[in-house]
Each structure stands twice: as structure tokens, then as C-alpha cells.
Design a protein around this ligand. Structure first.
Ligand code: PLP
Length: 377
């Protein structure tokens, strides 16, 4: 791993000069941490005693009759999604760097909650940037962050969602880089972030591979995950990357399909496949799930698409809503709207033995779902 590692033509660092020393420092600290048994042991211990790892796998026979569909239950993690794996790992890393202040951007609020949680646990100051539209859609998560002592800064420009919150977080980091670590919530951003987030989420795929081998004695035909920035997907895929026989399928929101409908460009510090017009102007993504409502995606996914190792398919809001209700009714598990996108395509996949990353739980989405279904809560 080098400081300039890219994924084919993707990745890199497209940031102001002032951030380069901080990215160099982070790259070095990360390499040292990865080689330090004490860091790995602390992250593993937190996972086991705080997050609730390993998360189980659950067979879903009523949801997918005639198939062997396994759900990797990241919804059962403390704070309700996979985001905590990354937040804890990065906050422990920030402590090693001697940073006392943590900033983060958040869309659905899950990454903000995960970061606020990790900061409360370690007594660090936490500032979370969040689009005001997302604050409205995800009010319970805003309250959670407040309860855990974080400051939530509303971002009022543009579409008032994740894209603008990310720009605002980068601006803060440029100003306060000496004291502050920026906890990016997905496998996006300038190097070394995509690499760090991938490694911290790879625990999902590592566990899933071992658990599936144990119950089935074989690897799955297909592994599926939803893709916003791409962190739960890359973490899940990481476990099966070298198993050539395992198909990897990422599911994007149809109107936020940076991989299916994007073009090569630069967004938030790295080159990837992004939603933009021919002038490079970033397009407005749309999804019913705030966590997928982002016009960019991690550079490694763009690379995996290009080399044909992973496939990426779209899913509409309606399909996701159907899957949300169907998993609730057939299995007694209310999935996050994001994860519902991955569930929605299962019927169309021509394979019997499938593993899906259930990236989070759906409690946070109840108001949004009821409104979409024309009911009130
Ligand atoms: C944030 C989030 C996502 C999307 O982010 P990725 O980086 O693509 O994983 C998906 N599912 C849940 C539950 C989330 O909170």
C-alpha cells in the first residue's frame, strides 16, 4: 500500500494542498495501526464486547421460497447498522493520532450516530454535518446524536442532503486539520480513506464467508449488497473477492446510480464514477433512502465494475418499499430502506444459494415508509 494507491484510473487525492500533510499522516498512522497487534486487538475487542460481533447469518426461507437466502445481520449491531464498524475503527485510529476533535458528515444519520457513539465512548468532541432535508427525514437519528453529546450542524444549501454535508465537513477539516480527524462514513474520499473504510468493514465479509462455509459447506453462488458510497458492499465483497466462482452484485438506487448511469469524474476528493452532466456539473441524486441518496461511489467499485469482477444493478423506490414490507411480513425482520434495495432484486437473480448483506435495521425509516405508502404514523 502506498500513499498514491489508486484503483485503476480511479481513487487518488483531489484535495487542496493544505490537506496533503494530514492525509500523509493518516496514511502512515494507518499502516502502523494495521501492523500493530494492539490496534487490531482493540478493534476486535470493541467489536465483540460493544458492537455485538460476530453478527449472525439468518436463513430467510419465507422471503425467498425455493432459494437458500442468507442475511448477514449487520442490522443487529449496536446502533443498528454496519456504520459502527468503521466509526469505532477510525476513532481508535484518531486517538493514536492524538486528535481531540472528530468531525463527520451524515446522510441517513446512521454514520453520524455511529460516530457520535464512538466519540461518547472515548470522550472526544464530535461535530456532525447533516443536510437540513436529511435532518427532517431522519429526526430520530438527530435526537440520538444530541443525546450522545454531539453537535449537529445543519447544512442549508443545494439539495440539503449528503453531498452538501460532505462539502461542509471537508471545509471544516481544512480549517481545523491540526486538532481534528475527519471520520468519513463510506469507502469514498481521498486516499487513504477508501482503503481504511474497506478494511474496517471487511469484517462483514470475513465473518459471512466463515459462517456460510460452516452451515452450507460451500461458498454462495452470489453475494448481494446495496451500494450508496459502497462501504457495506465492499466490506461484504472483500470476503469473497478472491473466490472467482462467487458473483458479486451491488444494487444502486435507480435515480442515484453512479455506477450504472454515471461518468468518470471527481467528487469529494477522489476520481470515481459519478452522476454529472457533460460539463462535470454534479447531478442531484434521488432515493427514498437517505443513505443511498449520493451522486458518487467509492473508487474501488468503479474499478470492480470496469474489470467485470462485480455487477451493479438498479432498484426503484417502489421495489425497495415492496421488499421492506415483504421481509417484515415473511421473516419478522424490518430492514433499512437501503438494505431493502438489495433484497428487492433477489427474485431476479438466477441462483439458488445467495447471501445478502442486511446493512441495517428499518426502525429509522418508519415515518418515511408510512408517508410513501400514504399512511400516517
Ligand atoms: C449508510 C447506509 C448505507 C449506504 O452506505 P454504504 O457506504 O453504501 O454502505 C446502506 N445501508 C445502511 C443501513 C446505511 O446506514
Amino acid at each position: 500500500m502506498t500513499t498514491t494507491e489508486t484503483y485503476g484510473p480511479y481513487g487518488g487525492r483531489y484535495v487542496p494542498e493544505t490537506l496533503i500533510p494530514a492525509l500523509d499522516e493518516l496514511t502512515e498512522a494507518w499502516a502502523e495501526a494495521l501492523a500493530d497487534p494492539a490496534y487490531l486487538a482493540e478493534v476486535e475487542h470493541l467489536g465483540r464486547t460493544y458492537t455485538g460481533r460476530p453478527s449472525p447469518i439468518t436463513l430467510a426461507p419465507r422471503f425467498a421460497p425455493g432459494k437458500r437466502l442468507y442475511l448477514k445481520r449487520e442490522d443487529l449491531n449496536h446502533t443498528g447498522a454496519h456504520k459502527i464498524n468503521n466509526a469505532l475503527g477510525q476513532v481508535v485510529l484518531a486517538k493514536r493520532l492524538g486528535k481531540s476533535r472528530i468531525i463527520a458528515e451524515t446522510g441517513a444519520g446512521q454514520h453520524g450516530v455511529a460516530t457520535a457513539t464512538a466519540c461518547a465512548r472515548f470522550g472526544l468532541e464530535c461535530v456532525v454535518f447533516m443536510g437540513s432535508e436529511d435532518m427532517r427525514r431522519q429526526a430520530p437519528n438527530v435526537e440520538r446524536m444530541h443525546l450522545m453529546g454531539a453537535t449537529v450542524v445543519p447544512v442549508e444549501f443545494g439539495t440539503k442532503t449528503l453531498k452538501e454535508a460532505t462539502s461542509e465537513a471537508i471545509r471544516d477539516w481544512i480549517t481545523n486539520v491540526e486538532t481534528t480527524h475527519y471520520v468519513i462514513g463510506s469507502c469514498v474520499g481521498p486516499a487513504p480513506y477508501p482503503e481504511i473504510v474497506r478494511e474496517l468493514q471487511a469484517v462483514i465479509g470475513r465473518e459471512a464467508r466463515e459462517q456460510l462455509l460452516e452451515v452450507e459447506g460451500a461458498l454462495p453462488d452470489v453475494v448481494v449488497a446495496c451500494v450508496g458510497g459502497g462501504s457495506n458492499a465492499i466490506g461484504m465483497f472483500a470476503g469473497f473477492m478472491d473466490d472467482a466462482g462467487v458473483r458479486l452484485i451491488g444494487v444502486e438506487a435507480a435515480e442515484a446510480a453512479s455506477l450504472g448511469g454515471g461518468r468518470t469524474g471527481v467528487l469529494h476528493g477522489s476520481r470515481s464514477s459519478i452522476l454529472a452532466d457533460s460539463d462535470g456539473q454534479i447531478a442531484d441524486a434521488h432515493s427514498i433512502s437517505a443513505g443511498l441518496d449520493y451522486p458518487g461511489v467509492g473508487p474501488e467499485h468503479a474499478y470492480l465494475r470496469d474489470i467485470g469482477r462485480a455487477e451493479y444493478i438498479p432498484c426503484t423506490d417502489e421495489q425497495a418499499l415492496d421488499a421492506f414490507q415483504r421481509l417484515s411480513r415473511t421473516e419478522g425482520i424490518i430492514p433499512a430502506l437501503e438494505s431493502s434495495h438489495a433484497l428487492a432484486v433477489i427474485d431476479d437473480i438466477d441462483a439458488e444459494y445467495i447471501a445478502v448483506c442486511l446493512s441495517g435495521r428499518g426502525d429509522k425509516d418508519l415515518a418515511e415508509v408510512l408517508a410513501a405508502l400514504g399512511r400516517t404514523s
